[in-house]
Design a protein around this ligand. Structure first.
Ligand code: CDP
Ligand code: CDP
Length: 225
């Protein structure tokens, strides 16, 4: 069916949001928007400019003068910061461990939500993040809240690192994930929480394929109703 809907995928760190969102978007020929990458990009700029991460005014000023583009290059999602490819730079441990401090600033969130809504703009879209179903796309036709046990999520990150030849410690990964989830869930401005009309999907013992199939089933049910 030729129907363009919005699919919001939220959930805690390493639940599989981006992996699954990408496949769902490809399957439906929808665009995919990784909002976490946008918060990572502004964090990277702030770190580069050595701005205090709680200096909201300074960070907002940087953000307002910074262009963040999500685009594709040779079928890969890439992130451009003022035209420079920062796809890898936004995944460093330094960015990962600081992003939640920047993402809790209300002014930064307001600007991000505005940009994210403009990107979605009535197209078939799969967007993943923390506040998509609650704030960015409150009218999304399908809202998924992906969860998994913190042990499983740490293991997924661990395996991902191993595959990339990066050594890591499962306990440390678990602590980093828990810390970020706590800041994301407790912040005042649009915290990480399941939307009232969101569907929770526990992926602890599900494969990527199974998660994708469950989401597509929900989407097709909506589209064909
Ligand atoms: O992929 P991973 O779970 O490591 O994180 P991400 O999706 O790249 O998001 C990084 C961080 O950005 C999160 O921990 C949140 O602090 C923030 N974020 C947010 O506040 N709101 C969003 N819609 C997306 C990300
Ligand atoms: O975006 P988010 O932080 O929620 O997760 P991600 O970056 O997609 O990372 C999840 C990792 O777990 C990836 O390495 C996936 O291959 C793996 N994984 C998954 O996403 N879903 C499963 N059901 C099983 C494994």
């Amino acid at each position: 069916k030729e129907q363009n809907i919005a699919i919001a995928i939220d959930g805690p760190a390493a639940a599989g949001k981006s992996t699954v969102a990408k496949i769902v978007a490809e399957t439906l020929s929808y665009i995919y928007i990784d909002t976490g990458a946008m918060y990572r990009a502004v964090t990277l700029t702030a770190l580069k400019h050595k701005v205090d991460l709680d200096d909201e005014e300074a960070i907002l000023d940087l953000l307002l003068h910074t262009e963040i583009e999500l685009t594709q290059k040779e079928k890969k999602q890439i992130v451009l910061l003022d035209g420079f490819d920062v796809t890898n730079d936004i995944r460093t441990l330094q960015v990962t461990n600081n992003v939640s401090y920047v993402a809790k600033l209300p002014g930064v969130r307001k600007e991000m939500v505005k940009r994210q809504q403009a990107l979605a703009n009535n197209r078939g879209v799969v967007m993943d993040g923390r506040d998509i179903g609650t704030h960015v796309l409150p009218n999304a036709e399908v809202k998924i809240f992906l969860i998994a046990s913190v042990e499983e999520r740490a293991k997924r990150r661990y395996d991902e690192n191993t595959q990339r030849g990066i050594e890591s410690n499962m306990e440390v990964l678990k602590e980093e994930i828990e810390k970020r989830d706590l800041i994301d869930s407790k912040r005042e401005a649009s915290p990480l929480v399941k939307a009232e009309d969101g569907i929770e999907l526990d992926t602890t013992s599900l494969s990527i394929k199974e998660v994708v199939e469950r989401i597509l089933t929900i989407v097709y049910k909506y589209v064909n109703q």
